[in-house]
Design a protein around this ligand. Structure first.
Ligand SMILES: O=C(O)CCC(=O)C(=O)O
Length: 270
């Protein structure tokens, strides 16, 4: 019998509901599009640090830093965007890193939680091309910027065509992140009712944001949006194909996150 957790469900139109759900029910609500976000308290606030420490010990990698300077290119989004000579190099680096860390990550409380409550398995692109299970992320305090993780959208369907990246099918991708440390101001997680239709449309937005942040944010203002504030121990499950971002916080923020697709059961990757 699967465990049940307190869950708050949100849609961008403003509907909000509270219920007691299994993890699978929560994922299905987002997967079927009934809610944009489900926030689920899966661990006591005082115990969630242990998940982070085990992840650090067994993940064999330092966390990713979203200041721009130490992002180590180990998540799937960069290989998906790669063009030209990077098109082969980036996937190679990604799969080498995944191979190195996944055996450790399989023993973490984070992975065993998803294994037990959602029966997840890793996502393989080929017999020996296994995708990485999760990433630990740190968002240092930032002032003078609107976002510590700029608005973006994630889907395997957004990969560039070509032989550089093996996962391209149009699947309903869902994301989840566990908050290990939240900021002391109200910065949280923002999601817009905007679903880029293609890699090209997403790239246009990214280029606009790089050139003129104000214009990109004004563009997003035409869409309804929702901001929530996950606390330590909350798992935030959301439709990551919709544009989303992390507003700047005044203190360090720490999360562990992954993507999920439903094939023959749930598959986890990052
Ligand atoms: O780590 C987080 O807080 C959110 C991560 C996120 O937005 C993503 O992985 O797409």
């Amino acid at each position: 019998m699967k465990k049940e957790y307190l869950a708050r469900m949100f849609d961008i139109e403003g509907a909000e509901k509270v219920d007691i759900l299994t993890l699978e029910h929560a994922f299905n609500y987002v997967h079927r599009g009934e809610f944009d976000v489900v926030l689920m308290r899966v661990e006591a606030q005082e115990s969630v640090d242990f998940w982070w420490e085990r992840q650090s010990e067994l993940g064999l990698n330092r966390p990713e830093y979203y200041t721009g300077s130490r992002n180590k290119e180990i998540t799937s989004s960069k290989p998906q965007r790669a063009l030209g000579s990077e098109c082969n190099a980036r996937p190679k680096r990604y799969f080498n890193s995944a191979r190195g860390v996944n055996s450790g990550l399989r023993q973490t409380p984070y992975y065993t939680f998803f294994e037990r409550e959602l029966n997840v398995r890793t996502l393989e692109c080929d017999q020996d091309l296994e995708m990485r299970i999760a990433s630990q992320c740190e968002y240092p305090p930032s002032t003078g910027k609107h976002f510590s993780f700029t608005p973006h959208a994630n889907s395997n369907a957004y990969a560039h065509a070509g032989n550089c990246w093996p996962v391209k099918e149009n699947c309903l991708q869902t994301a989840a992140f566990l908050t290990v440390e939240s900021t002391t101001n109200t910065a949280g997680f923002r999601i817009w009712d905007y679903l880029p239709e293609s890699r090209g449309e997403l790239d246009e937005f990214i280029a606009m944001h790089e050139k003129d942040e104000g214009r990109a944010l004004a563009f997003l203002q035409q869409f309804k949006s929702l901001e929530i504030n996950p606390q330590e121990g909350d798992l935030c499950i959301f439709n990551c194909r919709k544009m989303h971002g992390i507003p700047s916080g005044n203190t360090l923020r720490k999360t562990i996150g992954s993507f999920f697709i439903k094939e023959d059961g749930w598959r986890i990757f990052n």
